[in-house]
Design a protein around this ligand. Structure first.
Ligand code: BES
Ligand code: ZN
Length: 455
């Protein structure tokens, strides 16, 4: 590896420049106005793969294009699929950014930009390690396929379909995903579980127009009042979700795993300080890490109704709506959760209110056994790149297509997150440590060698 390491060192500055180039493209998947930028990001990756010496193509979908690239075939070596996403979350609120979201800026050893950690910087570590192998060695010790999508932040619906219909083309022994976090600075991790998600918009309609709350109030159901009552029926004071059947299929935390989590010595006090809150909260009987990684949740992600302007306006609003997410653990089934939610909402919806529930696509949770040869190979590569062996964690976030990879391709999953929990993903001032960017690229280069040895 010494010549590859040398190459990585000599070219570190160029790699940063290339990362910044990609970060300048505002590829916001949720925003219809960003289609040209989405296309530019996909083209940037395509050209990059071709320049590196991979066979690559753009694949159109009903939504944003996929980028698929393949390395030259090596007989007898395992096949690895690298998955990531080039789309990013909307940058709003813009006034909270210290420097503009699509003008990457270095501060305190990190690059600040939307998509820096989620997921452009992480995707690039694998592309650049492959480039190093091809430039230095002229070939790779594994067969690599890259599948980089543009719709992860909006649920990956089109990719899911593509994966199900192209299992031969995507066939592989394991899937590498770097779209999550290390445990903490200096403690790289292998992630052995992701939560799933179901997401809804609940819309309530009352009278056909906003009404004077004096003239009409008390005689007509108020959609905002109804919404708050309905939402509070979904969870009790102990943090238990009231959707019928919600916990039926949830795999409980094993004692062994609870001990492993406890061994990580998560510091609740530092957590409170970092978030500027005075208490943690959640389901009774669980620690913070257990609540974040291995228990299902209900959160209101957005809430809209009535008068939002300055001062007072006495109305009874005509509509009210909320965006709702439930994070799921294995083996909760998104469809069963939707059925249960419809039932409880219908039960608690008061007369005089019409209800509509919009179901965004859901995905189940996932667990990976740490006892598999790919995980052990990845652990060696991480130790090489980061100078310390990984800890084993779960993550509370969701990467919807990953369980489809596991099911449809029958492949083992390697979740190797290079980010940090304070990278401000989905928030203003997203960042990615440049030291981690380079360490992870070195670990990735080693990963191909280690995976190549797995029989
Ligand atoms: N990179 C995240 C997922 C993630 C975040 C994993 C933190 C582990 C820790 C990913 O890009 C993401 O944000 N996914 C969405 C999926 C949703 C839009 C369906 C999520 O988790 O909210
Ligand atoms: Zn994200």
């Amino acid at each position: 590896m010494s010549t590859i390491d040398e190459y990585l060192q000599v070219n570190a500055g160029r790699r940063e420049d290339e990362l910044f180039e990609l970060l300048r493209i505002p590829s916001i998947s949720a925003d219809p106005g960003s289609r040209p930028a989405i296309r530019r990001a996909a083209d940037w990756l395509l050209e990059h793969f071709i320049k590196m010496g991979l066979a690559a193509e753009l694949i159109s979908t009903k939504g944003h294009p996929l980028v698929l690239a393949e390395s030259p075939h090596v007989a007898g070596a395992p096949t690895v699929l690298v998955y990531g996403h080039y789309d990013v979350q909307p940058p709003e609120p813009l006034d909270k950014w210290t420097t503009p979201p699509f003008e990457p800026t270095i501060r305190d050893g990190a690059v600040y930009a939307r998509g820096a950690a989620d997921d452009k910087g992480q995707v690039l570590t694998h592309m650049k390690s492959v480039e190093a192998w091809l430039d230095v060695e002229g070939g790779l010790p594994v067969n690599l396929k890259f599948l980089i999508e543009g719709e992860e932040e909006v649920g990956s619906a089109n990719l899911e379909e593509f994966v199900r219909q192209n299992t031969k083309r995507l066939a592989c022994d394991c899937v590498v995903v770097s779209d999550s976090c290390q445990f903490s600075p200096g403690r790289p991790a292998i992630t052995c579980g992701l939560r799933g998600i179901v997401y809804y918009e609940l819309r309530l309609r009352g009278p056909k127009r906003d009404l004077h709350s004096g003239s009409f109030g008390g005689s007509v159901a108020n959609p905002a009042n109804a919404l708050t009552r309905m939402l509070s029926a979904l969870i009790d004071e102990r943090g238990r979700i009231q959707v019928p059947g919600f916990y039926d299929d949830a795999v409980p935390l094993a004692d062994e795993e609870r001990r492993q989590f406890a061994d990580l010595q998560f510091d609740d006090r530092a957590y409170l300080e970092e978030l500027d809150i005075d208490a943690v909260a959640g389901e009774e009987g669980y620690t913070t890490l257990e609540r974040r990684w291995a228990r299902p949740t209900f959160d209101i992600c957005g809430l809209t109704s009535g008068y939002q302007g300055e001062g007072a306006k006495t109305i009874l609003p005509s509509t009210a709506s909320a965006k709702l997410s439930f994070r799921l653990v294995p083996d909760q089934d998104p469809e069963k959760i939707t059925a249960g939610l419809k039932k409880i909402l219908a039960d608690v919806c008061p007369p005089g209110i019409r209800m509509e529930l919009i179901d965004f696509q859901g995905s189940p949770g996932l667990m990976v056994s740490p006892e598999n040869p790919y995980v052990r190979a990845a652990a060696r590569a991480i130790e090489y790149g980061f100078g310390t062996p990984p800890v084993y964690i779960r993550e509370g976030g969701s990467i919807p297509v990953v369980s489809t990879f596991a099911q449809s391709l029958g492949a083992d999953i390697l979740l190797l997150g290079w980010g940090q929990n304070d990278d401000n993903t989905h928030s203003p001032n997203e960042k990615f440590s440049l030291a981690d960017f380079h360490r992870a690229t070195r670990a990735s280069a080693k990963l191909w060698e280690e995976l190549g040895k797995v029989q």
